[in-house]
Design a protein around this ligand. Structure first.
Ligand SMILES: *[C@@H]1O[C@H](CO)[C@@H](O)[C@H](O)[C@H]1NC(C)=O
Ligand SMILES: *[C@@H]1O[C@H](CO)[C@@H](O)[C@H](O)[C@H]1NC(C)=O
Ligand SMILES: *[C@@H]1O[C@H](CO)[C@@H](O)[C@H](O)[C@H]1NC(C)=O
Length: 951
């Protein structure tokens, strides 16, 4: 016996087979890989169309904005002294000025500090001199206690601005500064301080204004440092008492003396910059409400300007309580640090629509893998390979590896083409993260397919279900899932629960990639980087963890289900505990056996069966004799379901088949032949008893047996796309044949089965006729010179000529082998088998060579006679006179069949009796025949209770 093939040999055989198979499926594979390419082309076309539609000028502008973020800001009307910093001759560089638009889009990591300013309304255009009241800042106040308000205002506006050069911010904070310029929502620097708009800062003073001042402001931004001189104009603040807030309100809203209209707009000549209601404030209560300039129009309220008013009031209250020396300084204002936002305007459809499309593209692989797995299951190819020695380990390794390779190729194609077409989604996100993400996902997807494949047994159902799930998952993920992710109120743990579904996990990952394109990362550039995995809002790390864990879990569960559900191994659901069960030693089982022997006492009336049992017991005592097959009280009981009692499919079978014998097993359907063969080829385990094949126990040494065993299943289990030669090469390799021995064996096999001529060997099996397929199946069962061969109805469905040829092969093959063959065809049994056993209801009814059986059960002639109904009794009488021991075996509406023992009748007497009878009544048909195997079979299989003795 040859050694069992190593794991590597098995893997190698399957790999080579798969490669050949895939070569035949090249078109399918190309179509599969082209799918993402086509999708990307489609998106690209869509994007191009959109870009053309967009205003080209807008995009020019966007480009400038993008350039603006890179340090020096080039503007058309900056100050000439910065000209040299600008590459374009018609523009100048104004580094300290970042227009609000740019402040929105540019990254601001180290925002500048600038002094907080009050927002003022000053009558513009007429404010020329220090004594001009138009230059005054007017503020109104009210409250229950007028003098309290007045005393607050008395300390609110310090007069002296003395600049300490080494602490400019501190100096400026000790006075109240204001400006007419409002502050946009996002700023880099208050434009009141910028180079454009000098001469716009006012210092508010209590008294008649005397001295303007100036200070020098130092900026550092990135590499650039510069210095800005700022003029501060002094202005007197008029604080005026009003009786009530409604008076103030009327005044603010209404027309003031000196107001006039210009070009349809109201110009306030003596405008009000703020109003304060001190309510019930006194030295114990601080309760103030205030209006700032423009606060009637919420759109223009600038929060950073309001804080200055709050500080001004609180400062004054503290001074009132604790004395003039008290200060609560408001030093500076600065923008929050922030990353760059991308240029607005351009619609990046490749990122926007990407989530849905990319999810579909990647999910697409799932049905492909699932269908392939279910196909092998539905067509029993997996079982066939297993019967010829392919272990589960090798099968899983190669199948998994193959799907992984296909998936990775597919993803590579997807990312590569996307990158080539310049999709930011692929180009900007770190390729390392993309690799890890896609790699983890495709692995998870393969494990999931293996898991789901265990639930399906039909390719059509699997296909429809898989595509529906893919389609639905994409839609649900794209239109429902993001709203949960974006909603901060939605509990995070539920998001994680949703992400346990691999389709959503995939979408979340793609969604994060898209987010980092749209919103930029921590360093202000688009795309996800490794350090961004630390972001609390980035779901990528979480997704990777979930997917990795699920991958392992799915793989384990899939392997478990495969072991339990697939009939290829028929393990119990708790198979992994088997190692703990105590194994019963063989010797004690033998002791049990003799006790169980009493149960087969009912077979005592079958001496041939008893004899076979004695032979088996004899053989077991002499283990040296290497009999082909020895079955020792082999038993299979299927547990009863739904209240039915247990079904005994095989009831304690004793059988010994030596090398060189072909044993034919006959029996009606459901007699237990298939259960018997299943146990012998390792598909199921015996309930009790065992069988030894070449001395190896089928319960424990099945793996070692596969190499010396050949199986020809009832239905051809072939790959349509592989040639006959490739089938034989694959199974030959599984039988541990290598190199020239393999080639020779395949060659011989093809020749002997008449599959060699006319290029038949290299035609795909799908194009074979039924006879050729059958012959190929027999060739597969014989490759590698197995010493034991099981053939399940080898010639079913063949025309007589093909059958004859097949028989010739089997006759040659059986010479040095033990062959067990099941068949319905008596002719086949007679032609091929050295011994026959008739198997009924789980046990052998008789056993012997065909001649013996015929002699034993067929020692009679069969007389058939058809008459009209009223003459039936006449026929019976005639037969009884002819032969008193005749048995009626069959009777239906005038046709009767009798068995006449050969020793009691002579044929001539029968003819005479029939002639005589014909004169008395009409015989429409009659016949006399010698027994055939068929009669023996019907007799044994039908059981004696169907015949009735005439006497
Ligand atoms: C100017 O500011 C610096 C730093 O705060 C301080 O040490 C110094 O005393 C100040 N000079 C004056 C004259 O207040
Ligand atoms: C502050 O003034 C409002 C309006 O008059 C008043 O309703 C509220 O009770 C006052 N708060 C305190 C603490 O006195
Ligand atoms: C993420 O944060 C952890 C600790 O907060 C730190 O040790 C790690 O280096 C960070 N990783 C990256 C890639 O920034």
């Amino acid at each position: 016996m040859s050694n069992p093939p190593t794991f590597f040999t098995q893997a190698n055989a399957l790999l080579r087979k798969n490669l050949t198979y895939q070569k035949r499926h090249v078109k399918t594979n190309v179509r599969l890989v082209l799918f993402p390419v086509i999708l990307i082309l489609l998106l690209f076309a869509l994007q191009t169309a959109l870009d053309i539609l967009e205003n080209a000028a807008d995009r020019e502008d966007d480009k400038k904005k993008a350039a603006a973020c890179k340090g020096c800001v080039c503007v058309h009307d900056g100050l000439p002294q910065y000209q040299d910093k600008c590459p374009d001759s018609d523009k100048v560089c104004a580094p300290q000025f970042l227009p609000p638009d740019d402040a929105e889009t540019c990254p601001i990591w180290n925002p500048l500090e600038w002094p907080p300013l009050l927002e003022l309304e000053i009558g513009y255009g007429f404010c020329s001199g220090n004594n001009d009241t138009a230059c005054n800042v007017t503020m109104l106040f009210t409250g229950t206690d007028q003098s309290f308000g007045e005393s607050l205002f008395g300390t609110m506006f310090p007069t002296n601005l003395s600049i300490n050069e080494s602490d400019i911010m501190g100096s400026l904070a000790s006075v109240v500064l204001g400006t007419q310029l409002s502050l946009p929502s996002a700023v880099f620097l208050d434009q009141a301080l910028s180079v454009y708009t000098s001469d716009t800062i006012y210092q508010l003073q209590q008294d008649q204004c005397k001295v303007n001042s100036s200070f020098s402001f130092n900026f550092t931004h990135g590499d650039s440092k510069w210095n800005q001189d700022v003029e501060v104009k002094c202005t007197q603040s008029l604080t005026l008492w009003r009786k009530s807030f409604s008076d103030i309100w009327d005044e603010v809203k209404g027309k003031n003396p000196g107001d006039y209209t210009e070009g349809g707009y109201m110009v306030h000549n003596n405008p009000i910059s703020g109003a304060f209601d001190f309510l019930n404030s006194n030295k114990n209560i601080y309760n103030v409400s205030f209006l700032t300039y423009k606060s009637d129009n919420r759109r223009y309220i600038s929060m950073s300007r309001i804080t200055r008013s709050v500080n001004m009031l609180s400062n004054a209250f503290l001074k009132f309580l604790l004395g003039n020396g008290t200060k609560m300084l408001f030093d500076f204002i600065e923008e929050m640090p922030k990353p760059a936002s991308p240029e607005t305007g351009r619609i990046d459809i490749t990122t926007l629509l990407g989530g849905l499309f990319y999810t579909w593209v990647i999910l697409q692989l799932f049905p492909v893998i699932l269908i392939s797995l279910v196909y092998e299951k539905q067509h029993n190819i997996r079982i066939m390979m297993k019967m010829h020695g392919l272990g589960d380990g090798a099968y899983w390794l190669i199948s998994y590896g193959y799907f992984l390779a296909i998936s990775m190729l597919y993803m590579l194609c997807f990312v590569l083409v996307g990158s080539l077409f310049g999709f930011a989604f692929f180009r900007e996100n770190d390729y390392g993260i993309q690799f890890v993400f896609y790699f983890t996902y495709v692995n998870l997807q393969i494990a999931l397919a293996f898991l789901v494949a265990a639930l399906f047994s039909n390719v059509k159902t699997a296909t429809v279900t898989a595509y529906l799930v893919v389609f639905g998952t994409g839609l649900l993920a794209a239109f429902l899932f993001p709203s949960f992710v974006q909603n901060d109120l939605f509990p995070r743990k539920w998001v994680i629960v949703m992400e346990l579904y691999p389709g959503f996990a995939l979408f979340r990952g793609l969604y994060e990639f898209a987010e980092y394109i749209t919103d930029g990362n921590s360093s202000g550039t688009p795309g996800m980087r490794w350090q961004d995995l630390n972001d609390s809002t980035n779901g990528m790390k979480q997704i990777l963890n979930i997917m990795s864990i699920e991958w392992i879990v799915f793989l384990l569960v899939a392997y478990y289900l495969d072991q339990v559900s697939s009939s290829a191994s028929g393990r119990s659901p708790l198979f992994f505990l088997e190692g703990f069960k105590k194994k019963t030693p063989l010797s004690s089982q033998k002791a049990n056996m003799s006790m169980q022997g009493s149960r087969v006492l009912d077979q005592m009336d079958k001496p041939d069966v008893i004899q076979e049992r004695e032979k088996v017991e004899q053989l077991l005592l002499e283990p040296a004799i290497n009999h082909g097959i020895v079955c020792n009280e082999l038993k299979k009981v299927y547990p009863g379901r739904d209240g039915n009692s247990d079904k005994e499919a095989v009831r304690g079978l004793f059988l010994a088949v030596p090398q060189g014998e072909c044993f034919g097993m006959l029996g009606p359907n459901g007699a237990g032949k298939t259960s018997f063969i299943s146990m012998m080829i390792g598909l199921t385990k015996p309930t009790s008893g065992t069988a030894y094949v070449k001395g190896l126990d089928i319960r424990t040494d099945m793996n070692g047996l596969y190499t010396s065993m050949g199986v020809c299943p009832q239905h051809d289990l072939l790959w349509e796309r592989l040639t006959g030669r490739e089938h034989l090469l694959f199974y030959g390799r599984l039988k541990n044949l290598k190199g020239s021995a393999l080639t020779q064996a395949v060659e011989d096999s093809l020749k002997s089965l008449n599959l060699f001529n006319g290029g038949v060997a290299d035609k795909q099996a799908g194009k074979y006729s039924g006879g050729m397929k059958r012959r190929l199946s027999v060739a597969i069962s014989l490759i590698g010179n197995p010493s034991v061969v099981y053939m399940d109805e080898p010639s079913t469905g063949l025309d007589p000529a093909s059958r004859k040829r097949l028989w010739d092969v089997i006759k040659t093959a059986k010479q040095d082998r033990a062959v067990i063959l099941t068949t319905h065809s008596m002719e086949e049994a007679e032609a091929l088998c050295d011994r026959l056993g008739i198997f009924v209801d789980g046990s052998l009814q008789c056993i012997g060579n065909p001649k013996e059986l015929k002699a034993r059960y067929g020692g009679s002639y069969v007389l058939t006679m058809t008459t009209s109904l009223e003459h039936e009794s006449d026929v019976q009488n005639m037969v009884r006179q002819l032969c008193p021991n005749a048995k009626k075996v069959y009777h239906i509406s005038g046709t009767q069949k009798f068995e006449l023992p050969k020793e009691e009748v002579r044929i001539a007497d029968v003819f005479g009796a029939v002639d005589f009878a014909k004169r008395n009544f009409t015989i429409s048909a009659w016949g006399l025949a010698d027994t055939t195997m068929e009669d023996v079979f019907i007799k044994v299989a039908g059981g004696n209770h169907h015949t009735q003795n005439l006497s």
